[in-house]
Design a protein around this ligand. Structure first.
Ligand code: CMP
Length: 153
């Protein structure tokens, strides 16, 4: 089982899309392990987006990510990073397929509503940056036996 971090970015929060986004992952059968609203800060975003540090959009991206709180979540499931990235669609929302979150709700590259970890390994680092251990819940989701076969766990 793999964990993935999702952020509903400030544009998604401002536009009232938190519920729609959570609902899609719940209906898919993913397991919600952590959920909180949080205002991000400059030093955290320097680490979070370290791989974009040299990009021309870096300063604007950080400003945007601090313009309102985000809703941070951890979702668990088999190959959850790849599954969630497929549900989210590509960074350039204008190119995202209808049926994906970005394809249905966004048009922009910066204002693309949602962040999702690229891989399970990157998610581990993002969980450490975004959540304290006591904010994660290893609860027994009783309908999992109807969603994931035991050999897929
Ligand atoms: P994401 O792919 O989740 O993480 C990096 C973010 O940087 C990306 O979403 C966008 O919000 C933003 N971003 C990426 N490319 C550009 C760009 N060319 N111009 C502005 N923002 C960008």
């Amino acid at each position: 089982m793999e964990r993935t971090v999702v952020l509903v970015k400030p544009d998604g929060v401002q536009r009232g899309l938190i519920g729609d986004i959570i609902s899609r992952f719940e209906r898919k059968g993913l397991h919600l392990i952590g959920l909180k609203m949080i205002s991000l800060w400059d030093a955290l975003l320097d680490e979070w987006y370290a791989h974009h540090k040299e990009k021309p959009f870096f300063a604007g991206l950080k400003q945007f990510m601090m313009s309102a709180p985000v809703v941070a979540m951890v979702w668990q499931g088999p190959t959850s990073a790849a599954v969630i990235r497929k549900m989210v669609g590509p960074t350039r929302a204008s190119e995202a397929e209808t049926g994906t979150i970005r394809g249905d709700f966004a048009l922009s590259t910066q204002y693309n509503i949602i962040h999702a970890s690229e891989t399970g390994d990157i998610a581990k680092k993002e969980i450490e940056l975004m959540f304290r251990p006591e904010e994660l819940f290893d609860w027994d989701k009783t309908d999992l036996s109807h969603i994931v076969a035991s050999e897929e766990k």
